[in-house]
Write a protein that binds this ligand. Structure first.
Ligand code: GRF
Length: 192
């Protein structure tokens, strides 16, 4: 039996589509559903062509458990946040213990927390004068970007680095490592 993943995204969804492409012929992982709180996000259009169920929901639906019921109905095993901007309610964390993971475009614990997403992160990193940034993949707990780290990979920041050049560099790393780390985690936890 394949393990079923739900991907949550609020933005352009490049990671979500990359995960779909990586796992579409997988023998162990099935992208069962893509979930978004933003009906105007790029992901909605992209998913329509893929033939995967799409769940569009409101902040209220997330809080009142409607989305949780959809996940249960679809027998979801893992929840993957790929650019999802709302806070995951505690009931989800209780029902999916150590099964909700997020990717963040900095070396956490630096440059994480509420409001730290997308270009805001890269700008803060560059403004700080740090010489490196990177990606973090971590478990989700009740606080933004504070769950235990599963994987990090760093990259250098050049003298002339811009928000755009850093975001391109980080996105390449995300697309390369996120599917591999998810696959490794799922394989390590097949019996759970
Ligand atoms: C990524 O940088 C990810 O680290 C962060 O949100 C961004 C999503 O990008 N959590 P995309 O929508 O997948 O292109």
């Amino acid at each position: 039996m394949k393990k079923k993943l739900a991907i949550f995204a609020s933005g352009t969804g490049s990671n979500a589509v990359n995960l779909y492409s990586f796992f579409k012929n997988s023998l162990i992982i099935d992208i069962a559903i893509i979930c978004t709180n933003n009906k105007y996000s790029g992901i909605v259009e992209k998913v329509e062509g893929l033939g995967i169920p799409l769940c569009v929901f409101s902040k209220e639906d997330l809080k009142n458990g409607k989305v949780l019921n959809v996940l249960k109905k679809n027998d979801v095993d893992w929840i993957v946040l790929a650019g999802f901007l709302l806070k995951i309610p505690e009931s989800y964390i209780v029902d999916f213990p150590q099964k909700i993971i997020n990717i963040h475009p900095s070396l956490l614990p630096k440059f994480g927390g509420k409001g730290m997403y997308g270009k805001h992160v890269h700008k803060a990193v560059i403004d700080s004068g740090d010489k490196e940034s990177g990606i973090s993949i971590h478990y989700v707990n009740k606080n933004y970007d504070e769950g235990n780290i599963i994987f990090q990979k760093s990259c250098q920041i050049n003298e002339k680095e811009s928000v755009l050049s850093l975001s391109i560099k980080i996105q390449k790393m995300e697309h390369l490592y996120f599917p591999k780390i998810i696959q490794k985690l799922v394989l390590e936890n097949l019996s759970l």
